[in-house]
Design a protein around this ligand. Structure first.
Ligand SMILES: Nc1ncnc2c1ncn2[C@@H]1O[C@H](COP(=O)(O)OP(=O)(O)OP(=O)(O)O)[C@@H](O)[C@H]1O
Length: 258
């Protein structure tokens, strides 16, 4: 299923936070959303997920315009893993993941063995099967991140939006999580700070800067030293890795002598 944002604009205190952004994510494509702190990535994801209403512009999920759609209807097709997702109640891991089934349940569709099977399967896939009874508030940041991904997967969405999902994760879990997202083969948008992970796992990248979309294309066309300097203010060299064949960004700050 495709996801489109057309001329999206969201203002706060007369300042555009997301400023005239148009993008299309093709079915099964993994799109990396890059940009420095405060450039508008989370705000854009919230507009795409219909958690915020744009001042102007529109979002379309497949052939369905999102404006005026119920949250429940959207949640059967699209899931967002937010950056600081939390849960208020004192729930265990399994109960948090069960919340992902909410959009599919209703008075005429109580909890069923199929829901149970889905919960077991997603917990396995994120490597948390052994932690199903652990209380949420006892989990580490990285474990919480994986529980929130499991909850989004339990929604069985066709479109998955992730806001810095590798925050808090150690290297192995960062690589495992992004590889898992690729294997899911959903339409996905992933906000990332790590340019090398973005180059390794994304089909295409977009770059936000001060609320605007300033670059769009394959990692090879987007991740140039000029763009990295312009947007992040950092000097870098970009090469194709002889080891994995993807682009590799080397930062060149002032370093102490080696
Ligand atoms: N509700 C709000 N009210 C006022 N300003 C806001 C609001 N939400 C976001 N902003 C501002 O909009 C800008 C973009 O924020 P956003 O969280 O979208 O950026 P981001 O690219 O996701 O940043 P980060 O990489 O630090 O997570 C920031 O300057 C932020 O302070």
């Amino acid at each position: 299923m495709s996801l489109e944002g057309h001329e999206l604009r969201w203002m706060k205190h007369q300042t555009p936070i997301v400023d005239d952004v148009t993008l299309t994510v093709q079915p099964h494509e993994t799109l990396g959303l890059l940009g420095p702190n405060g450039s508008g990535k989370s705000s854009l994801l919230q507009l795409l997920a219909s958690l915020r209403t744009p001042d102007t512009g529109r979002v379309r999920l497949g052939d369905m315009p999102l404006r005026h759609q119920s949250r429940r209807r959207i949640a059967r097709r699209l899931a967002l893993v937010e950056q600081h997702a939390t849960t208020e109640a004192d729930l265990c891991v399994e109960e948090v993941v069960q919340l992902g089934r909410t959009p599919h349940r209703g008075p005429l569709r109580p909890w069923q063995p199929e829901d149970e099977r889905i919960i077991r399967q997603v917990l396995e896939r994120v490597g948390l099967a052994g932690m199903r009874r652990r209380r949420w508030h006892t989990l580490s940041g990285g474990e919480r991140q994986r529980v929130q991904l499991a909850r989004a997967m339990a929604q069985q969405p066709e479109v998955l939006l992730l806001d810095e999902p590798t925050n808090h994760l150690d290297i192995q879990h960062q690589l495992d999580l992004l590889a898992l997202i690729r294997r899911l083969a959903l339409t996905s948008v992933i906000a990332l700070h790590d340019l090398n992970l973005a180059a390794m796992f994304c089909d295409r990248l977009i770059v936000m800067h001060r609320g605007q979309l300033v670059a769009e294309g394959t990692p090879a066309t987007v991740l140039t030293p000029a763009l990295i300097h312009e947007v992040y203010g950092v000097t870098a060299v970009v090469e194709r890795s002889p080891h994995h064949g993807r682009l590799q960004v080397h930062y060149l700050p002032d370093l102490p002598p080696a």
